[in-house]
Design a protein around this ligand. Structure first.
Ligand code: ATP
Ligand code: MG
Length: 429
C-alpha cells in the first residue's frame, strides 16, 4: 500500500537560501569579516533565545518590536517567558555585562545572524531576517560615532555600491528630550483630528514615535511638529558638530533629518540611517546610533556605547542589482569515470587534486559518458578529467577543457600521464 504524505512548507516570511544564492551570502560574510578586522572589531555570538524581559526593558514597552513583532512563548518545561531575539543589541549588551567585559577597557565587537520579527512579509521585510550587528561598547566620544559611519562608507565601496545616502540626526540627552516631549504632546493634543488609533494610543506614552509614522495622512502633521533638534543644548550640539566635522574630513556626505528617531527606545545623541531608492518601500539598509543609557538600564555599571545593524537581505538585494548575476562555478574540475575500478581510482586521484588546492567534484554513481559530460558542463567546471578503461591501462587521464576561454588555446581533449595531471591542470585552472 502506498502512503501519501502532505508537504510541509516553510513558515510565512521565512525564506530558504537556495544553493545558487549560497555563494553570495558567503561572499558577503567574508567581505564583512575582512572589513571589520581592518578596524579592530572582534566577533562575538549570543544565543537566539533570551528572557523576554531583556527585550521589553532593553527595547522599550511602547515600540513596534515589543508591542507586536516579538516571537515570544512560555517554555512549557519551566514556565519561563522567552523570546527569539528581534535584534542584537540587547543581547550583546547583556553578554558584556554578564561577563564583565567593560571592567577594564572598551570593546569593539560584531556579530552576524538571524533575528525574528512577526511583521507583514513583503520585499525587504521578512519574519526571519539577518543582520550584521556592530557595537562599540564603552566609548563616549563623537570620534567613535564618526568611525562607525565612515566604516560603513568603506563597506559600500568594498561591495561596489553607490546610491546609498546617509541621514543623520541627534536625539540629544534625556532632559532635552523631556522638554521636547512636553512641547510635542501639546502639539499632538491640538492635532488629534489627524491622528490614527496607534498615534492616539502612543501620544502620551511615546510621542516621539508618533512622528516615526508611515501613515501618509499624518505626514504633514509630523513635518510641522516641534523638532527635537531645536531643543538640543550646547553639549549635545557640540557632539553632533564633532561627528559632522569628522564625516566632512572623510568626504562622507550626509543630510540632517530632524525626523529621524529610529524605532527603538534606547538611543541618545547621534542616530543615523543609510537609505537607498533602489529597494522600493524598504529602503533602509542600515540603522544605528548612540545608546549611552542602555548598559545601566540592563543592570550594568553605567557605560556609553554606540552601534548599528545592517539588514543583510536588503544589502544582498542591492549587491545583486550591481552584479552580472552569473552563478559561480560549483568546482574547478569535474571527474568522469567508467567502471568500478576507475570510479575508485577517480576518488583517490580527486583527493590528491584537492591537496593541490583544486575544487573537485567526482561524478557520483554510474552513468554513460554523455550524461556525465552534461553534468560536468552544468557544474561550471573549467575542465573534465576522464578516467576510462584506456586511461587506466596506461596510467593516464584525459583532460577536456570545458570553458571557451580555456578551450581556445588547447586541443579539445588531451591525454596526460597521471604523474603530470596536477601540473597540467594547475597551468590553466
Ligand atoms: P523598518 O523601518 O524598515 O521597519 P527598523 O527600524 O525596524 O526598520 P532596525 O531595527 O533598525 O529596523 O533594524 C536594522 C536593519 O535591519 C534595518 O535597517 C533593515 O535593513 C533591516 N530590517 C529590519 N526589519 C527587517 C525585516 N522585517 N526584514 C528584513 N530586514 C529588516
Ligand atoms: Mg521595523
Amino acid at each position: 500500500m502506498t502512503q501519501s504524505f502532505q508537504k510541509v512548507r516553510a513558515l510565512t516570511g521565512m525564506k530558504d537560501v537556495l544553493p545558487e544564492f549560497g555563494a553570495q551570502w558567503e561572499a558577503l560574510e567574508d567581505t564583512v569579516r575582512v572589513w571589520l578586522a581592518a578596524y579592530g572589531y572582534r566577533n562575538m555570538r549570543t544565543p537566539v533565545l533570551e528572557h523576554t524581559r531583556l527585550f521589553t526593558r532593553g527595547i522599550g514597552e511602547v515600540t513596534d518590536i515589543v508591542e507586536k513583532e516579538m516571537y515570544s512563548f512560555t517554555d512549557a518545561l519551566n514556565d519561563e517567558h522567552l523570546t527569539m531575539r528581534p535584534e542584537f543589541t540587547a543581547g550583546m549588551v547583556r553578554a558584556s555585562i554578564e561577563h564583565n567585559m567593560l571592567y577594564d577597557r572598551p570593546h569593539r565587537v560584531y556579530t552576524m545572524g538571524p533575528v525574528f520579527r512577526h511583521e507583514k512579509p513583503q520585499r525587504g521585510r521578512y519574519r526571519q531576517f539577518h543582520q550584521i550587528d556592530v557595537e562599540a561598547l564603552g566609548f563616549a566620544g563623537p570620534d567613535v560615532d564618526a568611525e562607525l559611519i565612515i566604516m560603513l562608507g568603506r563597506l559600500w565601496k568594498m561591495l561596489g555600491l553607490t546610491d546609498i545616502r546617509l541621514e543623520l540626526n541627534s536625539l540629544g540627552q534625556a532632559d532635552e528630550r523631556a522638554a521636547h516631549r512636553n512641547a510635542l504632546i501639546q502639539y499632538l493634543e491640538q492635532h488629534t483630528a489627524v491622528l490614527d488609533e496607534e498615534a492616539k494610543r502612543r501620544m502620551h506614552t511615546n510621542p516621539l514615535r508618533v512622528l516615526d509614522t508611515k501613515n501618509p495622512a499624518m505626514q504633514e502633521m509630523a513635518n510641522n511638529a516641534p523638532r527635537l533638534f531645536d531643543f538640543l543644548g550646547a553639549e549635545s550640539l557640540a557632539h553632533f558638530d564633532a561627528v559632522c566635522t569628522r564625516l566632512q574630513d572623510a568626504g562622507i556626505e550626509y543630510r540632517l533629518n530632524p525626523r529621524l528617531v529610529r524605532g527603538l527606545d534606547y538611543y541618545n545623541l547621534t542616530v543615523f540611517e543609510w537609505v537607498t531608492d533602489r529597494l522600493g518601500a524598504q529602503g533602509t539598509v542600515c540603522g544605528g546610533g548612540r545608546y549611552d543609557g542602555l548598559i545601566e538600564l540592563l543592570g550594568g555599571k553605567p557605560a556609553p556605547a554606540v552601534g548599528f545593524a545592517i539588514g543583510m537581505e536588503r544589502l544582498l538585494d542591492l549587491c545583486s542589482q550591481s552584479s552580472d548575476g552569473a552563478a559561480p562555478p560549483e568546482c574547478d574540475i569535474y571527474m568522469i569515470h567508467q567502471g568500478d575500478e576507475a570510479s575508485r581510482r577517480a576518488a583517490a586521484i580527486a583527493e590528491t587534486l584537492r591537496d593541490a588546492g583544486l575544487r573537485v567534484i567526482v561524478h557520483a554513481g554510474s552513468a554513460g559518458f554523455k550524461s556525465q559530460f552534461k553534468r560536468a558542463d552544468a557544474s561550471g567546471a573549467k575542465a573534465a578529467v576522464i578516467l576510462g578503461a584506456d586511461e587506466l591501462a596506461t596510467e593516464s587521464a584525459s583532460i577536456k577543457w570545458l570553458r571557451a576561454e580555456v578551450a581556445d588555446q588547447q586541443p579539445q581533449q588531451q591525454t596526460v600521464p597521471l604523474v603530470r595531471l596536477i601540473t597540467e591542470l594547475k597551468l590553466k585552472v
